[in-house]
Design a protein around this ligand. Structure first.
Ligand code: SF4
Ligand code: FES
Length: 250
């Protein structure tokens, strides 16, 4: 049976990068515990629109935990306190009646606030553009299936490829490092034969781009792994480091 809870929301409101921004308080009444966090924000926005007030801007697209568009810091945790969960897949049953929920955007020098909870994550796209792809002709699907890849290796590459590029790793890292994102992308290609021809160039250029864009470095805080909605392991950061050393020596 549906249960309803009353909440107090403290939401970061900011009109662009130059605005100082401030927390505003909203009462969220009679919220069904069956709905998702984003549906709860939809309900608040419908009320704000009816009152001729500015709705809260937030990013979203698939609402199925696939696209990586959603994301906010909820009570100090990127994507909220549920492990391995995107914001769109966080359900209100994980909150209690009377809770106060503080909602803030990702914070990083490389991610400028566009509006309220929406930040510009195009820096992650720029890192991909620096080398996170295969440009050599790898043939068609039957050709790929003709190259034997051990099952364990394929599984590990698949785990790395699960990264949805949400940026929660950056938002949760005290250094605002993008190393888990980068580790996942480099590791995915480094494990597969198709990634080898451009391996050296890829790791060097992606790491250089990450530094240029103002992301910090990894100091093994492990906050990224704890908050990643796809539970990407920091062992991929270790592989990223090995790939970088290999590119410098061999
Ligand atoms: S590594 Fe995880 S937290 Fe970082 S961008 Fe990918 S999915 Fe998001
Ligand atoms: S909206 Fe697509 S992952 Fe959340």
């Amino acid at each position: 049976m549906a249960k309803h809870i009353n909440l107090t929301l403290k939401v970061w409101r900011q009109n662009g990068d130059k605005d100082r921004g401030k927390i505003e308080t909203y009462e969220a009444k009679q919220i069904s515990t069956d709905i998702s966090f984003l549906e709860m924000l939809d309900m608040i926005n419908e009320k704000l629109i009816l009152e001729s007030k500015e709705p809260i801007a937030f990013d979203n697209d698939c609402r199925e935990g696939i696209c990586g568009m959603c994301g906010a810091v909820v009570n100090g945790r990127a994507h909220g306190h549920q492990k391995g969960t995107t914001l769109c897949q966080l359900h209100m049953r994980h909150f209690s009646d009377g809770d106060v929920i503080v909602i803030e955007p990702w914070r990083s020098r490389a991610f400028k606030v566009i509006k309220d909870l929406v930040v510009d994550r195009s820096a992650l796209d720029q890192i991909i553009q620096a080398g996170g792809y295969i440009s050599v002709n790898t043939g068609s699907a039957p050709d790929a299936n003709n190259i034997p890849v051990p099952m364990d290796t394929a599984e590990e590459a698949f785990d790395a490829a699960a990264c949805v590029g949400c940026g929660a790793c950056v938002a949760s890292c005290p250094n605002a490092s993008a190393m888990l994102f980068l580790g996942a992308k480099v590791s995915h290609f480094a494990l597969l034969p198709q990634g080898q021809p451009e391996a050296k160039k890829r790791v060097k250029e992606m790491l250089a781009k990450m530094a240029e864009l103002g992301f910090g470095n990894c100091t093994n805080e492990k906050e990224c792994e704890a908050e990643c909605p796809k539970e990407i392991s920091i062992s991929h950061i270790a592989r990223l480091n090995r790939e970088f050393i290999k590119s410098a020596i061999f």
